[in-house]
Design a protein around this ligand. Structure first.
Ligand code: WQD
Length: 343
């Protein structure tokens, strides 16, 4: 059973990926300094998978402490690297915090990947590397422009660092560019647990529906889209998690010709903000109190994926519908409300 080190294992996509890896026969360990997460999520991982996952509460920017994890686990066969700061507005206000944290941690991990001969490395990248694109759906060959935020730029630079490093390191690397991750595990045992007040759409919708927020806003309805609101490619977090497992399987079976490759992870469907609201109300029967507001600076008008490459080369297909994404997001918000009452 191959042992996989998942960085950011206490995070939203990290915790769902722990579950998927365990269910597909991998042994997993996590490293997460819990600066923006809590180890409590691993109780949910255990409820679902039956496995207790060990977390090393270590800052990956601390090389010596990170190295000690590899000394203790010389049999690590793969790394899935999620751990990073990811709040777009915060990255605009504190760029050096983002460049330091997201890039120092990556560089330390790459050094250790080489030193401990870890054969496979999956990097959590993002559709934010595409910025505002003209021709849609976006493919991996789309020319990258300067991302709209320092956060997106740390992902673009991260990919470039890995690509250069892969030329002098025998390990194999895959970068996965997620579109908009939403939803929660169908068990409602794990889900998105914002550490800072959320800026992204889905948690704001569910917090509004459950009454944590009196109302929410739709930022811009005068865009050149079918209903005037921005279009995104929303993808269920469990589908994203499974893409990591399939990518690792692909690398483990040595089916990867290049040392570095990059794949989009999206459904290929563009959905507008107003359509998301309507879909949520239809799927849950909850009425949303929202107000139309002016545009939010930095928002791309429309971005959604061409997913052919990962489907053809790795055999991944999204399984969850938009309705599933709405229902599981809502079930998780209700569970969180229950848990908060128990405390
Ligand atoms: C989506 C749309 C908002 C909140 C995110 C992550 C980024 C990356 C891609 C991982 C926009 C509108 C939002 C609200 C609204 N993921 N909106 N009212 O900006 O596409 O980027 O996914 O790497 O890290 O941030 O997602 O959910 O913030 O916004 O109208 O209260 O919803 O204007 O059009 P975004 P988002």
């Amino acid at each position: 059973m191959s042992k996989i080190l998942v960085t950011g294992g206490c995070g939203y996509i990290g915790s769902h990926t722990l579950v998927d890896l365990i269910e597909n026969g991998y042994e997993v360990i996590s490293v997460d300094n819990n600066s923006r997460s809590s180890e409590a999520i691993l109780n949910g991982v255990k409820d679902i998978s039956g496995k207790e996952v060990k977390n090393y509460a270590v800052d990956l920017c601390d090389f010596d402490k990170t190295k000690a994890i590899f000394d203790e686990n010389p049999d690590i066969k793969g790394i899935v690297h999620f751990a990073a700061y990811k709040t777009v507005p915060e990255s605009v206000e504190h760029p050096l915090r983002y460049y330091r944290n997201n890039l120092y941690s990556l560089i330390n991990l790459l050094d250790l990947t080489r030193d401990y001969k870890v054969p496979n490395f999956i990097f959590s990248s993002s559709c934010s590397v595409y910025g505002n694109v003209e021709d849609l759906p976006v493919t991996e060959e789309t020319t990258l422009v300067r991302p709209q935020s320092p956060y997106g730029n740390t992902k673009k630079i991260g990919e470039e660092i890995i690509e250069d490093f892969s030329k002098v390191c025998d390990s194999k690397f895959i970068a996965l560019r997620y579109f908009n991750p939403i939803g929660a595990h169908p068990s409602a045992q794990i889900g998105e647990t914002p550490f800072l007040p959320p800026q992204n759409l889905m948690p704001i919708i569910t917090e509004t529906a459950i009454g944590k927020r009196e109302k929410m806003y739709v930022f811009g309805t005068d865009y050149p889209t079918r209903d005037g609101s921005c279009v995104r490619d929303y993808i269920h977090v469990v589908d994203i998690a499974h893409a990591h497992t399939l990518a690792l399987d692909h690398l483990q079976k040595n089916l990867h010709s290049d040392n570095y490759d990059v794949y989009n992870i999206g459904t290929g469907n563009g959905v507008s903000v107003l359509e998301i609201l309507q879909s949520f109300e239809k799927a849950t029967g909850k009425k949303l109190n929202y107000e139309l507001k002016e545009r939010r600076p930095g928002d791309a008008i429309a971005v959604f994926a061409n997913k052919n490459k990962i489907s053809e080369k790795i055999g991944w297909e999204p399984q969850y519908s938009l309705e599933d994404m709405m229902r599981t997001s809502w079930a998780w918000e209700e569970k969180r409300m229950e848990l908060s009452k128990e405390v």
